[in-house]
Design a protein around this ligand. Sequence first.
Ligand code: C5P
Length: 417
Amino acid sequence: MEPIPVLTGKRIVLGVTGGIAAYKVATLASHLTQAGAVVDVVMTQAGQRFVAPLTFHALTGRPVYTDLWSAPGEGLPTHIAHVGLAHAADLMLIAPATANTLAKLVTGLADNLLSTLALAARCPVLVAPAMDVGMWANPATQSNAATLRTRGVHFAGPARGRMASGLEGEGRLVEPEELLGHVRWVLGRRGDLAGRRAVVTAGPTREPVDPVRFLSNPSSGRQGFALAQAALDRGAKVTLVTGPTHLATPVGAQRVDVTTAQDMLEAVLSAVEGVDVLLMAAAVGDYRPTKMEAQKMKKTAADLTMHLTPTPDILSAVAQARGPTGYPRALVGFAAESENLLENARTKLAAKRLDLIVANDITAPDAGFAVGTNRVTLVDTDGNAEQLPLMSKAAVAEAVLDRIDCILRGGTERDHA
Ligand code: C5P
C-alpha cells in the first residue's frame, strides 16, 4: 500500500476490545501504518484474549498499551500515558467496539486505559461495533449508540451477515477496507475542500444494441473512483456518477449508477447545480446505435451494417449551462488519446471550454484503461502542459486535486507553476 496523504503523519489511537473480529483489525493496523499513520494500539484485557499485543506491535512498529499504569512511548506531550495519548491523537478509533465498551463511553466510566483515554480525548472518535446480533439489537445498546451519535461519535457499521456464532444478522465488524474508508472520511473533514461540492464521473457507458448486446469500452472506473476518494479525503461533498464497474463506493460518496451516455448526461445535469467542480473522468461512448432492437438480433451469414448516432457531449452541455451561473467553477475533462496527445488535448480544452484537461496516451500498456497506473499530462488554459511520470491512479488524482484547489482559490495556473 502506498502512502495516503490524508493519513500521512496522523496519530491514530486504535482501541481494540474483546471480540473475535479483533483479528481483522490487525489487517487495518497494518494498512494504516503502511499508509503513513502513526498507530498507537490500546488493548483491553478481553481484546488481548483474541489477539496478542505482539501482533499489533509487529505491525505498527510501536509500543502497544494494555495497562492504565504503563509508561507511554516517545513523542507524547506528557509522561502520563492516558493524557499524552489522548491529547496527541488526531483520531480515536475503537474497533471492534463491544457493547460493554460502548456502554462505558456513554456513562463516562474510566476503569481501564481505553475508557480513560476516551474520556480525555479531544479528537474525533470513530467506533466500529461488533457483537452478537441480539446484543446489538438490545434496546440498551441501541439507546447507547443513539446517545453516542448525538454527542458526535462516528459509527462504522455494524454490518449485516454471518456471525461467528453461526447466526445471521446485524453485528459484524465492517471489513478493514471499508473501515479504512471511514477513517479517511473522518480525518478528511477539515481538509482544503471542506464545504466544497464535487461531481465526479467514472467508468464506461453502455449503449444498447438489443436486449443482450451493447457498445462499450474497457474503462474500469478506477481513475474516477480515485478522484472521488481524493476529493473526499480533502473534505469535499462528493456525488459519484458512474457507469457499470465492480468497484466499491468510496465511504461518504453519494453514488448514482447509470448505464447510457444519455443517463449520465441527465444524472450530471441534475447533480451539478451549484457545485464547485465537475471532474469528468468517465469514458463516455461517443456513438449509440440509432435504434435499439426490441428482440435479440439473429445471426445470419450476411454482413451487418449498424447505424450509429452521436451521443450528447456532457461536458459541453455543462459548460454551456454554466454561462449565466458560473457553476461549476472548475470544469475538468480527460482526454484519452492514441495520437497527437497534446494537440488533441488542447483542442478539446478549448472546444469544451474546460479549466483543465488530463491527457493520457492510451497506447502505453501501463497507462489509461483498466490498469492501476497512469501517465498523464495536465494541460491548462494558460497553455502549460505538465507531464507527470508514471504513477498510481490515486497519485494522479492527488495531482489533479492540487490544481483544482488552486483554481478554486482563484489562483491562475501560473500561480501553481
Ligand atoms: O471528446 P472526447 O470524448 O475525447 O473527450 C473526453 C472528455 O469529454 C472526457 O472528460 C469525457 O468524460 C468527456 N465526454 C463527455 N461527453 C461525451 C463524451 C466525452 O462529457 N459524450
